[in-house]
Design a protein around this ligand. Structure first.
Ligand code: SF4
Ligand code: SF4
Length: 313
């Protein structure tokens, strides 16, 4: 069995304890308007184009037998209905302006890749985190990889939206040390509007994970005018306190728009291109709201207006 991966990020410190390798699995059933990883949504490999590297030599167009490429005055057009992600244009381009996002890994190859940094995991209390996209879309593959990592004593974290059938979680949970779980919105109508899916399955799975005794960190992306409403953070906090006894911390992740270029490479526009950043005082206030509701460990991190600041606890 193969797993489709769109990024392997070494020395990550944001996706669980210690120094970690974060493996981004391709494919996601959600459509969050603030998505920072648009290249992780499509569950198939796809072609991207880097405008700054393109010299307009048209080698790609000659190489493409499918007729999927056209160079226009404002850039290269990729007809995604015709493109099969065969990669011939990538090989033909002399300036490296094209790339296929999404690489097939066998379980053995991915584990070998992850074990390269084992010494850092051991010295820092880190490990490997599986993120996405939504890694649970490839639960069968994870069920092959996780036990192999555990045989090597590696700490395994799963970063999930929670939107997957419970039986898929059951397939992998035996090898998971920590689940990083997104709770975005407690208003069901807004949840559907802004993520494209109903939230009930996500809430049910969170409760089931807690009932199974699984250690969890809850995460909320804080998006101006969407998830940053005080009542939203209050409602998520109450849900944590009342229903999720295995939650160890609650992380508020401030929005940023660093993903704009990723959208451009895919020929898309980031819907929140014009959105402002959060302010430090606003993030601190939301953290206080969560604490008032009784969440024992609350952190916030991410970009805020005027300065890039990190977690303040
Ligand atoms: S990946 Fe293949 S089909 Fe797609 S544009 Fe390049 S050469 Fe054409
Ligand atoms: S769940 Fe994550 S990867 Fe999926 S659409 Fe939302 S933000 Fe993007």
């Amino acid at each position: 069995m193969k797993g489709l991966v769109f990024n392997v990020q070494r020395f990550s410190t944001e996706d669980g304890p210690g120094i970690r390798t974060t493996i981004f699995m391709k494919g996601c059933p959600l459509r969050c308007v603030w998505c920072q990883n648009p290249e992780g949504i499509n569950p198939k490999p796809e072609l991207v184009w880097y405008d700054v590297r393109c010299m307009g030599v048209r080698a790609c167009i000659k190489a493409c037998g499918a007729g999927a490429l056209k160079l226009e005055s404002d850039g290269l057009r990729i007809d995604r209905g015709k493109c099969t992600a065969c990669g011939l244009c990538v090989k033909a381009c002399p300036t490296g302006a094209l790339e296929i996002i999404g690489v097939d890994y066998s379980a053995e190859r991915l584990v070998d890749e992850a074990l390269r940094d084992k010494v850092f995991y051991e010295t820092s209390g880190g490990g490997v985190t599986f993120s996405g996209g939504e890694p649970m879309l490839q639960a069968e593959f994870l069920a092959e990889v996780f036990p192999m990592l555990k045989e090597h004593g590696v700490h395994v974290a799963l970063d999930t939206s929670g939107f997957a059938p419970w039986k898929k979680f059951k397939e992998v949970l035996g090898w998971v040390d920590l689940v990083l779980y997104d709770l975005k919105l407690m208003d069901a109508v807004r949840h559907r509007e802004l993520t494209g899916v109903d939230p009930e399955l996500i809430w049910e799975n969170a409760v089931k994970l807690a009932e199974e005794g699984v250690r969890m960190w809850i995460r909320t992306p804080i998006i101006p005018g969407m998830t940053d409403i005080e009542e939203n953070v209050r409602a998520i906090s109450r849900f944590i306190v009342e229903r999720l006894p295995t939650v160890e911390r609650y992380d508020l992740l401030a929005f940023n728009n660093l993903c704009i270029s990723k959208y451009k490479r895919l020929g898309l526009r980031f819907p929140l291109e014009e959105a402002r950043l959060m302010r430090r005082e606003e993030m601190e206030k939301l953290a206080r709201v969560a604490e008032e509701e009784g969440v024992s460990k609350v952190t916030w991190s991410g970009m805020v207006e005027r300065a890039i600041e990190k977690e303040v606890g």
